[in-house]
Design a protein around this ligand. Structure first.
Ligand code: DGL
Length: 277
């Protein structure tokens, strides 16, 4: 099967990475809309236009299914894309349900971090009405993290200061909160920093496994067990030839090793943060 996965930028690589673990034999097209990132501070109309163009592009490349590896684009566009096109289109939404259902002290709260658009959209409000019966979730916008991730700046003092300041909005500590929901795929890159700020007890919950698991169900794919040693990406061509993936940036295919090296670094970063849960 050929699977198209897209995001405004490098966040969606976290879903591609999970797919490499679970379905290493499939073919992928990864599309990062770098000309328009970040989506999370743009208007609905703009985001809808970007998404429609990408979905069209991927359909022309003859994909069997599309994963919108972006919570923001999903909130705005997934329903409309499903109405318009006749192939499986999967989206992502903040993994609030698993966070709420986790066995933990029920007096503890759940922090849902996402972009301003995801937090504002009705889709998240509807999800909370369904799953957060006891009103344990607090919603926090983290718009700057997308920019830091795109700059590959994950561990700097500025990042630490930004996240710590944002956490002060709800006085987030590991005694008060049981988990952080990473409601934006770009937020995966900062898992070690959340731990450094909040400590070991806090659970970090992303939507990557859930999304890829759902993809397997929709396409009838047999899911592999995770390789014990993880995946190591050594050369740029490993991520192209080895994992049968074409990489596109806003419509342009990336084939040169220098530009592919960025994706290689990011995928290795995602391997590194994978065990922060
Ligand atoms: N990675 C995206 C998400 O999951 C969007 C980030 C952005 O472009 O603002 O929401």
């Amino acid at each position: 099967m050929r699977i198209g996965i897209f995001d405004s930028g490098i966040g969606g690589l976290s879903v591609l990475n999970e797919a490499y673990h679970r379905f290493p034999d499939q073919e992928y097209i990864f599309y990062a809309d770098i000309k328009h990132v970040p989506y999370g501070t743009k208007s609905e109309t703009e985001i809808l236009g970007f998404v429609d163009e990408i979905v069209n592009f991927l359909i022309e490349k003859k994909v069997d299914a599309i994963v919108i590896a972006c919570n923001t684009a999903t909130s705005v566009a997934v329903a409309k894309m499903r109405e318009k096109y006749d192939l499986p289109i999967l989206g992502m939404e903040p993994a609030v349900k698993p966070a709420i259902e986790e066995p933990c002290d029920e007096n503890k709260r759940v922090l849902v971090m996402a972009t301003p658009v995801t937090i504002r959209e009705k889709k998240l409000a509807r999800l909370l009405t369904r799953v957060d019966i006891q009103h344990r979730a607090d919603l926090l916008e983290m718009p700057e993290l997308v920019r830091y991730a795109e700059r590959e700046e994950y561990d700097s003092d500025d990042v630490k200061k930004y996240i710590s300041e944002r956490f002060k909005t709800f006085d987030v500590t590991e005694d008060k909160y049981s988990s952080l929901v990473l409601g934006c795929t770009h937020f995966n890159y900062f898992k070690p920093m959340y731990r450094e700020i909040l400590g070991e007890k806090i659970h970090l919950i992303d939507g990557n496994y859930g999304t890829v698991h759902h993809l397997g169900e929709v396409l009838g794919l047999q899911m592999k067990n995770e390789p014990d040693s993880g995946i190591r990406f050594d050369e740029p061509q490993d991520i192209v030839v080895g994992f049968k993936t074409a990489y596109y940036e806003s419509g342009d295919e990336i084939t040169d090793n220098i530009r592919l090296s960025k994706y290689l670094r990011m995928l290795n970063r995602l391997e590194f943060v994978r065990n922060y849960r």
